[in-house]
Structure formats: structure tokens, C-alpha cells
Design a protein around this ligand. Structure first.
Ligand code: AFD
Ligand code: MN
Length: 388
């Protein structure tokens, strides 16, 4: 039986990247609610992300979204992040908010539009040179709303050509991370709808092209942990965008809607070597919280990932394999459930204290006064939102 002390070193190495856009206002097409203290600038977003790291020790890097987080001086922004105790991470492109991209970006029939979208990604690569980022994350809203609206095969071919141009400009230490999503904002077909398409496209590019698995981007009932297993087995799992969903791409706190699914995902991550540094797998959050406060929402999220990772690491794999090979259906299931039902919270709390962190980060943040301070200080200016 694995004891908590045996897994602590692996937990200590865990790093979860926060999205800058999680700290701005978010909402739905019906309403975006603001809250006092919401950042107005990317610097303030980074300060809030760093606060999550300060209370949890789990979130040392912050992903940027371009052009929302565009600045004139990325070296200065990197210094600000370092002063706050974090570093800049993944650069997320955006070809879903420009009028020219109404009918597609990298897949568009007009070569000039495709060129514009490609150039945006090349600008992101230049930013990555300044920030020292490894990953260029590409999520495309490209798709159609009606049968017959577009030639799906021609779009795949143009996508492959466009991605190849971007890939050819990657630095030797950089990666192209292609994210799939089965629908929204397109409602008939999406050009990168599933892991198979993402895999096909990145496999054609080369070894530094990998797949991002956003846990909210699957049809209901999808066995997500099977995709985790397969992409790890193929060496093409580049990153996670963690969140949880009840219905679609709800972008809720990861683990909140279905902690058992998060546990099963982490079991396959551990089994497939995804937790090892050399795997290169990045663990990012991609959440936009509409009604809950942003910073505690992110703290809850990273703690959920930590808790399910701990439970997955406690799984008795020797006993499980023996039961599986013996065809002991209920015994194997029981061994997995024993790990899932292990309440690791007391051990995690004591372990945090032993490392100079608050035993209960949520309670410590609430008592810190940070929320009230930013509400008092951040008066005026335009609060950042998902679209800026
Ligand atoms: C939206 C997309 C996708 C992407 C994110 C940041 O659905 O998940 O990763 O925006 O661009 O959530
Ligand atoms: Mn995502």
C-alpha cells in the first residue's frame, strides 16, 4: 500500500498553469457580471495569478492570450511576473474575434485571410521569443453552421497547409499545441472537432506539434481518460485545458462537476507517464468563472487537481494489475475505488504546512484581505473581460 510520504515528492513537482483570462470578467451571451477588484491590465491579472501560487505553491506560470494581453515590452512584463513570483507561460493565439475571420481563419477560402491568420501566429512566435515561452496554443473557432456552407475536405487541406507554414517557423525548443473542440461557436461542424483530427493534423507536422485536451470539449458521455491514454501512448498529449462541465463548454471549476472523472483522468496521466517532467505535458486551467470570485475559484481548481492527483498516485497498481490479469472484475474495480475514496485532505494539509504553505489555502486567502485590497485599489479604468 503506497503511503502519502511516498507520493509527496511527485506532488511537490506538480505545476498547474493559470490562464490570464480567468481573472477578468466572464459571462455568457446573456450577461457578463463584473466584480470589484477585477484586473484592468495584464499586470494586474498576473498579480492575481501569482496570489493563487502564493497560497498554494501549485501555479508558477501564467498563460497569455494575444491580443488581449498584448504589451509593448514583454521583457518588462516578464520582469513583473518574476517580481510577483511567477513566470509567463503558454501563448494562446486568437483568430476568433476579428471581422475577417467570420467565415474562418486558417481554413478560409481567401488566401489573404489565411495569410493574416498565419501572420498572427508568427507574431505570437515572436512574442514567445521575448517571453521564453515553449508552447504556442492554437484553438480555432473555424467551422460552419449549415450543411453545404463549406467544403469540409478543402478546409482540412487548407488547415494543414496553414499549420505547416506556422510550424516551419517554430524555434527548436518551441511547440505547436493544437486544441480541439466538438462545437461552439460553429454549430454544424468544427474544423478541429475531436482528438482524431487534432492528432492527424499534428502528426503531419512533426514531433514538436502536439494536442491540447480541453476537458470541456467533448460530447456528453465521452470517455475522456481513454483519449488521455491514447494521446500519451502516441506521444502527442501536449497539454490539458482543465475545467469541468455539466452541459457544454461550461468552463466551471475543474473537478467540481465530476470529481470521479478528474480522478480517472489523473489515473491515466500517472499510468502513462504524463506526470513525469520529461513527458512535456503541460497542465493548464482554462476556466472563466461567471458568478464566483475569480481568485478563490482558481485556488479551488488547482487544489482539486492536486487532490485527485494524490488519490491517483495512491492507487495500488500492483494489486490492480494482478486483479485485472486474473479477470477479477469486482476486485479490480474495488482497488480503483479504494484509491478514489481515500480522503487525502488531512495529509495534504499537514504536508502544505511542512512546506511553509497554508494548510487550508481557501481559508487563508479569505482571511488575507487581498480581495478587499484590490477592490479598494482598483478603482476606475476598464475591467478586463474575456473579450479583452
Ligand atoms: C475558449 C475556447 C478554448 C480556448 C480558450 C482560450 O473554447 O477552450 O482554449 O477559449 O483561447 O475557451
Ligand atoms: Mn481551452
Amino acid at each position: 500500500m503506497t503511503a502519502f510520504d511516498d507520493i509527496a515528492p511527485r506532488l511537490a513537482a506538480q505545476a498547474i498553469e493559470l490562464p490570464s483570462w480567468a481573472f477578468g470578467n466572464a459571462g455568457t451571451r446573456f450577461k457578463v457580471f463584473g466584480t470589484p477588484g477585477t484586473p484592468r491590465t495584464v499586470e494586474e491579472k498576473i498579480s492575481d495569478a501569482a496570489t493563487v501560487h502564493r497560497f498554494t505553491g501549485l501555479a508558477p506560470t501564467v498563460a497569455l492570450h494575444i491580443p488581449w494581453d498584448a504589451v509593448d515590452d514583454y521583457a518588462a512584463l516578464s520582469r513583473h511576473a518574476a517580481d510577483e513570483g511567477v513566470a509567463l507561460g503558454t501563448i494562446n493565439s486568437n483568430t476568433f474575434q476579428d471581422e475577417d475571420y467570420k467565415f474562418g481563419s486558417l481554413t478560409h477560402t481567401d488566401a489573404a485571410v489565411r495569410r493574416k491568420a498565419i501572420d498572427h501566429h508568427l507574431q505570437c512566435l515572436e512574442i514567445m521569443e521575448a517571453t521564453g515561452s515553449r508552447d504556442l496554443k492554437i484553438w480555432l473557432a473555424d467551422g460552419t453552421n449549415y450543411a453545404g456552407q463549406g467544403d469540409m475536405r478543402g478546409r482540412q487541406d487548407r488547415l494543414a497547409e496553414s499549420l505547416a507554414v506556422i510550424y516551419s517557423q517554430l524555434g527548436m525548443e518551441q511547440r505547436l499545441v493544437l486544441e480541439y473542440k466538438f462545437f461552439e461557436p460553429a454549430f454544424y461542424h468544427t474544423d478541429v472537432p475531436d482528438w482524431g483530427t487534432a492528432y492527424t493534423q499534428v502528426a503531419a507536422l512533426g514531433e514538436r506539434a502536439v494536442v491540447c485536451l480541453d476537458t470541456g470539449h467533448h460530447a456528453p458521455g465521452t470517455n475522456i481518460e481513454f483519449i488521455v491514454m491514447q494521446l500519451l501512448r502516441l506521444g502527442k498529449l501536449g497539454s490539458f485545458d482543465f475545467n469541468s462541465r455539466n452541459y457544454a463548454d461550461d468552463d466551471l471549476i475543474v473537478g467540481a462537476a465530476d470529481p470521479f472523472q478528474l480522478f480517472r483522468v489523473m489515473v491515466e496521466v500517472v499510468r502513462g507517464g504524463g506526470l513525469d517532467h520529461e513527458s512535456g505535458v503541460a497542465f493548464m486551467l482554462d476556466q472563466c468563472h461567471n458568478v464566483e470570485e475569480k481568485i478563490p475559484g482558481q485556488i479551488r481548481s488547482v487544489l482539486n487537481v492536486q487532490e485527485m492527483t494524490a488519490r491517483a498516485l495512491l492507487l495500488d497498481r500492483v494489486a490492480l494489475t494482478a486483479a485485472q490479469e486474473a479477470g477479477d472484475v469486482l476486485g479490480a474495480h474495488q482497488i480503483l475505488m479504494d484509491a478514489f475514496y481515500t480522503d487525502v485532505r488531512p495529509a495534504l494539509a499537514a504536508w502544505r504546512e511542512s512546506r511553509g504553505l497554508p494548510a487550508d489555502p481557501m481559508r487563508a486567502y479569505a482571511a488575507s484581505g487581498y480581495q478587499q485590497r484590490i477592490a479598494d485599489e482598483r478603482v476606475g479604468g476598464a475591467q478586463a473581460s474575456w473579450a479583452s
